[in-house]
Design a protein around this ligand. Structure first.
Ligand code: ZN
Length: 503
């Protein structure tokens, strides 16, 4: 690998010199981008947290962006696919942005319009400034006139340039435009600047002309990835389906996840994952649900699923490792869907909001369910519950003020209610990555997802994760340091994001 890359890098350095000589100036072989017309002279610097120089008003919202080709050729399908694949394995794989379409532009096509031309690749604006703009992005597939050394390494050049230009298309200015650029980087600022600096100045950014690897060889730096997540949310994949409730998830082991949601037929539907990259998708399990389901695995074979039935009682269905039971009722008359936690194979605790808006609990001790009893509170949502140790349960819900409130059982007594703050529009989800660790999730009024983490002694505060949620989230931990998160997208499909010591 190193030999091949070193060779290409050497060749690209030649290209730099060649172009510099050609133009008689210090222009980098990278991108002789035309001056972007929207350059605003008075930029305000705000925020300082991963690298990138962001034009914050240029970020695409929603984060699904149409892309089309203005002049696709009969013979450049391979090159167009290289562009699409390079964007998929970088920006799309590491953030929540999604570029869709990729067909031939119509006269009125909005989104990003790409023109193929043998000239210096460039964009005419940053981010959503490109929306519908004719020849908004120009990409070179032939290199007979510009950077001719790319003719012997077409795929490398096309991919590396695509990653850089799509960085601009997401709203990122050149890293060397930042006011904190060190004197060791002598590339002049070029094109529009940002107004939001993310993280320390990054020599390895794909957006940095001073990067000794040309366009980072088309590979995002660690801080590019962090910056992309801070501006477009965490990456996700789609499990498809057409759901009418929020999801429920249970983990039976490090390589087994079972997810559930209500279908358009009000039945419970299941999908599962057994390791690897594929899911076994969507089959119906019967029932007539009137709420989001809840699920838990109390040992390595069993799954228990709960939901409110048509009579507003809580219904249960169990997988024993071989077959599903029928539906049975735990009784009651409730105003929300349930939550369930388990600290051992012979213990489950189910929680639900009563018609009095209090939290109600029932528990199972191996053979029987006790009667429902109230625990106080004034809930405005379904509860969420998790157990991170024997005798421990943490319950969360949205309170009357739309903040997330918590109550816990320490093995002998219930705590009072305390608030984690925030202003949310969904019930919460909770998962535990280990003893005395909690991750709580909820949706805000703009339908994006937020997370607040307990590290054993304090809460992190609410952090934005992006996403477009049409339901409450649900989350589970299948191993130390891991969280798997699910929610329903506006089109009814289920989305999944995995955290493994990083998103
Ligand atoms: Zn550029």
């Amino acid at each position: 690998m190193s030999i091949g890359i070193a060779f290409r890098r050497g060749t690209v350095l030649l290209a730099v010199l060649e172009l510099g000589a050609l133009l008689g100036c210090g222009v980098n072989a990278d991108l002789s981008e035309s001056a972007e017309p929207d350059a605003s002279p008075a930029e305000t610097l705000r925020g300082s947290e991963a690298d990138l120089y962001v034009a914050s008003a240029r970020l695409w919202r929603p984060m699904t962006v149409a892309v089309c080709w203005e002049n696709p050729g009969l013979l450049d399908g391979v090159q167009r696919q290289w562009v699409r694949d390079a964007v998929a394995r970088t920006w799309e794989a590491r953030s929540g942005v999604r570029f869709t379409g990729w067909g031939t532009c119509a006269a009125a096509s909005s989104g990003i319009r790409i023109n193929i031309s043998d000239t210096g690749p460039h964009v005419k604006a940053l981010g959503n400034g490109l929306n519908g703009m004719a020849q908004g992005m120009v990409l070179n597939f032939t290199f007979n006139n510009w950077s001719t050394s790319c003719r012997s390494q077409l795929q490398y050049c096309i991919e590396a340039i695509a990653v850089h230009e799509f960085g601009h298309a997401m709203g990122y200015a050149h890293e060397q435009n930042r006011p904190d650029t060190p004197s060791s980087c002598t590339e002049p600022p070029q094109g529009s600047s940002g107004d939001l600096i993310i993280g320390p100045w990054d020599l390895s950014s794909v957006m940095n002309y001073c990067n000794p690897q040309w366009n980072g060889n088309g590979n995002l730096s660690v801080t590019d990835q962090q910056g992309a997540q801070q501006t477009y949310g965490v990456p996700w994949d789609s499990l498809g389906g057409n759901h009418t409730s929020g999801p429920a998830v249970a983990a039976r082991g490090a390589n087994r996840l079972d997810v559930f949601a209500r279908g358009t037929d009000n039945q419970l539907w299941q999908a599962y994952w057994t390791g690897g990259t594929t899911w076994n998708l969507w089959f119906p399990l019967g029932g007539n649900l009137t709420s989001d389901p809840a699920a838990v695995s109390r040992d390595s074979t069993r799954i228990d699923v709960f939901a409110r039935g048509a009579d507003n009682s809580i219904m249960q269905k169990t997988w024993n490792g071989l077959v599903w039971s029928g539906w049975s009722s735990l009784g009651g008359n409730f105003a929300s869907g349930p939550a369930v936690a388990s600290w051992s194979a012979s213990r489950m605790d189910v929680f639900v909001r009563g018609t009095d808006n209090q939290l109600w609990q029932a528990y199972w001790t191996g053979t029987t369910w006790n009667a429902w009893f109230p625990l106080g509170g004034n809930l405005a949502s379904d509860p969420a519950a998790v157990s991170w140790g024997l005798g421990r349960i943490d319950v969360f819900a949205r309170g009357a003020d739309n903040s997330i409130v918590q109550k816990y059982w320490n093995g002998t007594a219930w705590s009072g209610w305390s608030s984690l703050g925030g202003n949310f529009t969904s019930s919460p989800a909770v998962a535990s990555r280990g003893a005395n660790l909690l991750d709580v999730f909820a949706r805000s009024s703009d339908n994006s997802l937020w997370m607040n983490s307990w590290n054993g002694s304090s809460w992190s505060g609410w952090q934005w994760l992006g996403g477009e949620l049409a339901s409450a989230p649900d989350a589970v931990s299948k191993g130390a340091g891991q969280v798997d998160l699910f929610y329903i997208a506006p089109d009814g499909s289920m989305r999944h994001s995995g955290y493994n010591n990083g998103w």
